[in-house]
Each structure stands twice: as C-alpha cells, then as structure tokens.
Design a protein around this ligand. Sequence first.
Ligand code: FAD
Ligand code: N01
Length: 548
Amino acid sequence: MNDSRSPPQPVTDFDAVIVGAGFAGLYMLHKLREAGFSARVFEAGTGVGGTWYWNRYPGARCDIESVDYSYSFSPELEQEWQWSERYPRQPEILAYLNHVADRFDLRRDIHLETRVTAAHFDESAGLWRIETDRGQRVTARYCVMATGCLSLPKRPDFPGVDQFAGDWYLTAAWPKQDVDLTGKRVGVIGTGSTAIQVIPQVARQAAHLTVFQRTANFSVPARNGPLPQSDQQRIKAQYPSRRQLSRESLFGVPVAMPAAPRRTRDIPPDELRQTLETLWAQGGAMSLLAAAPDVIADAEANTLVADFVREKIRATVKDPKVSAMLCPTTHPLGTKRLCLDTEYYETYNRDNVTLVDLRATPIEQITEHGLRTSAAEYPLDVLIFATGFDAMTGALNSIDIRGRDGLALKQAWAGGPQTYLGLASAGFPNMFLITGPQSPSVFSNMVVSIEQHVEWIAGCLAYLREHDLACIEANPQAQAGWVAHVADVANSTLLPQTDSWYVGANVPGKPRVFTPYLGGVGPYRQHCQQVAAKGYEGFELSRQPVAA
Ligand code: FAD
Ligand code: N01
C-alpha cells in the first residue's frame, strides 16, 4: 500500500463496465450487483449468450457434458434447469443463458447491439472512460473485459472471395434463419472443432459436400444421446461434490487428479488398450486427456494414444486413400484442440462427400462458381468458412484500450500478451480480464474457469471497498514472473511446438506465444486464492485513484 490518506473518490456513472454478455459477462453482472456495485454491460450482439449467440451453425454443441458446462453459483438454478442431452445443442445452451438473464433480472443493465470501441484510463481522475459505436460515453472505476477467448472470427481472405456468385457463410456468424442446403453443392473450408461438427450435418442435406482440409485433426466420438431423467436426478443429488471435483481438477471436469499418475508408457499394452477402448466407447475428449495426462508432455505416450486413434480412423473410413488423408500426422494428439464428433469419420463413407487435401493441392482462388486448387476446380453453390478465430487476444486488441500514459494494450502486448494470472495487466489499473491469456481458459471447461475468475474479481472489488482502496494494478515484476512461469509450464509439454491457435499460428503476423496456462484448473485456483489471502500479493494497491 503506497499511501494512507483517502482522497475523495471520483464520481463515475458506474462502479464497473463489463464488456460482453456471454457466460462471463452475465455472471459478472450478477455477482457485482449482489455485492452492491453498480454495473453496465455492453454487448455487440442483438442478444445475450456470447459464443452460443453467434455460433448457430448446424451441429453446434458443447464438448463438455451439459451437467458440467453450466453455472454452479446457484443451487436453485442448477436443480431447476433440465438438460435434454449429454452434450446439448447450441439452441439449448442459448436458451439456458437467456433463462439465466431473465431469472436473475440481468437484462435491465445490458445494452445490446453496442460495441465498445475504446476504453481509456483517465489517470487524473482514476477512472475508465468507455466509448461505444453508438456514441455513448460512460465512466467507471473498473473495467471488466468479458470479451471471450474465441469471439473474433477470422474473416475469409482467400483471393477471389468477393467474386463468388453463390452464398457463403462464416460458422461464427451463422444467420439466425434456417439455411437450406438441400440439393446444393457445398464446400466447407477447415477441419477444426467447428468443421467437424458441421460436416456430418451438411453432408446429410447437401447434394454434394466437398471438404477442403489443410490439417487433419484428431477427433473422439461424443457418444451423445438423451440425458435420462434418472441420470440427471442422480447427478443433481450429488452436485456439490461433483462441482468441487471439477474445481480441483486438471481441466475443470469431474475427474480427480491422479495422486501418483502412472506414465502411459509404463502401462502394460493390454491394460492400456483396454483403458483406451473403454474411454473410446464412453466418448468424451476431456476424459481421454484426463485419463492419460502425460500424453501432452511425453512424445512416446502421445504416440501410443495417437496410434490408437489413427487405428480407429482406419477402421471407420472404408476408402484407404481417404482414411490416410484423415489420419493426423503433422502434430501430436492434443496439441491442437482434441475434437469431439458425432459420425465425423463415418461421413466420409458417403457417396456425396469428397475430401480435398490442401497441403498437396493448395487453394489458388475462389472463383465465380466455385473454388480452384492447384489441381482442379470444384463447382460450388455454397461455401462455408469454418476457419477459426483470432483467439485469446483478438477481441481485446480490437478495442482501443489505453492505460497509464496513454499506453495502448496492443502496444504493450506487441510481443505477446503480458498478464498477471491472466486476470490483469501492468499499466492498466482497475482493468480485469475474465479467462484472459495466461490463465487456464481454453484449456479447461470454461464455465468453471469463468466462475472462478468472476468470483475472484468480485472478491477483489469488495476487498478494495472494505479497505478504502481506489486502485489495483498488476506489479510488473510479478507479471514477468507469471508470464515466465506460464511459458515454463508450456515448454515442459509438446504443445508449443505445434502450429495452432494456442500459439497464434493461425493468424499471420501474430507473435508466436503459447497463451493458455497448463498448470491445471485446481492448482491455478489455489494459487489465485493464496494471492488474495496475502492481500493481493503481486498487485499494487493504493488509496489514491492511481498507484504512485
Ligand atoms: P463469449 O461467449 O465469447 O462472449 C463474449 C461476448 O463479448 C460476445 O458476445 C461478443 O459479442 C462480446 N464482445 C466482444 N468484444 C466486444 C466489444 N468490443 N463490445 C461489445 N461486446 C463485445 N468451451 C468449453 O469449455 N466447452 C465447450 O464445449 C465449448 N464449446 C465451444 C464451441 C464453440 C463453437 C466455440 C466458438 C467455443 C466453445 N467453447 C467451449 C469456448 C466458449 O467460448 C466458452 O465456453 C464460453 O462460452 C465463453 O464465454 P465468455 O462469456 O467468456 O465469452
Ligand atoms: O477453428 P480452428 P474452429 N486455408 O482454428 C482451417 C472451440 N470450439 O472454429 O489447422 C485452409 O480450430 C484450419 O486449418 P489448419 C474449440 O476450442 C469448440 O474449428 O490451420 N484452411 C483448421 O482446420 C476450438 O479449438 C467446439 O491447417 C484454413 C480450421 O480452418 C476453437 O473453438 C466446437 C485456412 C480452423 O480450425 C476453434 O475451433 C467449435 C486457410 N487459409 C469450436 N485458415 C466444441 O466442440 C484456417 N483453416 C466444443
């Protein structure tokens, strides 16, 4: 603490402005209101829901079980909401988030169709000045960025895209009205998590589907199905312990961290085979990773599990040439997001589906009537771009965020994101990030990580108020230590070597930095709790609007 006098606090429109109304922004608003803070949410979409508002493409659903991919903060909500499936579809998750907005009377503080364009920290007053694309200007003591890790889709920049005479769609900005693909010749570019969900659905409708694949991905069957009432009741009866297990786990799912994990390579082959067969039959990507956590660190372990998946692909896809194209060879399993599918590989057995290998025959041009690779021209009526996101930093860097001395966040992060705990960044007082870079974020069940951040931030603001403090800012040394720790943990795994969006490799010119924290949801939570318990160790706290 730098000083002892408490100057008059500036008058602001709100205690906090929250940017984004997905899982994170909605809960942040509820939590701040509950603690007696005034808050305003700005959301670019015409509705709440974030990811689940924007990603309406056919087949969109979550890859964490519904009973776990949901808020835990309200036992009443948890008990009253009925999930229909093990992995619910996008409309159901969106309906759940709309229910949350209504149930907790959140809408009155949410401004929809309003994009925050600038957030400038006014040092003399110690407040944030926020501007929107609707010309609103408001001030707030705190600014909470709930802008999402995967909310800025990459725009298609293929040569010739403007000439295409057919319809084209971006999965992450899918229209609200139904898109009828019946009888159409459809092309899908991409084979990441999104495309793997879209492709089987489109293949059922389209006259012909051509999939343009640059990198084959590993995918695990979801084994989705209805969630019987009896199972749901049993889970609901055990919710407190199930949620606790998720909070203490590696990935935010209810799988206990093994006390003395065995190395996968030390497991007798028959036993390993049996375990993998059981997991494959049960379905679920996170449980596969959680059962053999060393696969992301040990190349030999990785090959054992990857070979198993490749064998499954070969056993499913009848045409050996196609199955060879679908078997991932460019990266270890789990170093790109492990996908979850429903009949993805089976789809390539259909007569109306063609797979094109873009590594062998790259895209040259989108033409008026289709797409031309170096080997052929494919006539198309519809093109679907499932080409991913400017992840982790894209949405933040799209806002003109300026901290002390007019420092732009974009500039401060030019060499890669610099955060303390993924929650705050030095030079940007009183600004918080929910599931920011260098926190477990996308390497976890994100609802668990979101709840942890929201509760930590709300606790922090209550502490500042209780102690008559006006300002909190990450200490640059503590931040440098955290950034180095995140890199050390990542470098002890196979992940940084792979070209993935985790390292920003999917966006030309983006600095190559591995962004999620891989230390595990449970250990990370404990660390954040200790930081708070030690009076916010690693942060500068001040009674003045700005730390000296
Ligand atoms: P988001 O849901 O992304 O919400 C952020 C909101 O901020 C958006 O609505 C956006 O419009 C708004 N916004 C951004 N910038 C501005 C601005 N400048 N002004 C105003 N508003 C702004 N995670 C899992 O854990 N499990 C899953 O199964 C899973 N499935 C996914 C499936 C898809 C298709 C995608 C894309 C992601 C998935 N994720 C999953 C990650 C998912 O993003 C998170 O689980 C979670 O929904 C994130 O919530 P959020 O509120 O942090 O961000
Ligand atoms: O995006 P991606 P996504 N030419 O970046 C290809 C979450 N999510 O939307 O790998 C040709 O993973 C690109 O090829 P390559 C989840 O966290 C979850 O699918 O770069 N191809 C790749 O195949 C996920 O990880 C679910 O060689 C190009 C694809 O497009 C994250 O969101 C569902 C290209 C992009 O894959 C992002 O997933 C959906 C080009 N110029 C999303 N540019 C669940 O199931 C890109 N590609 C929970």
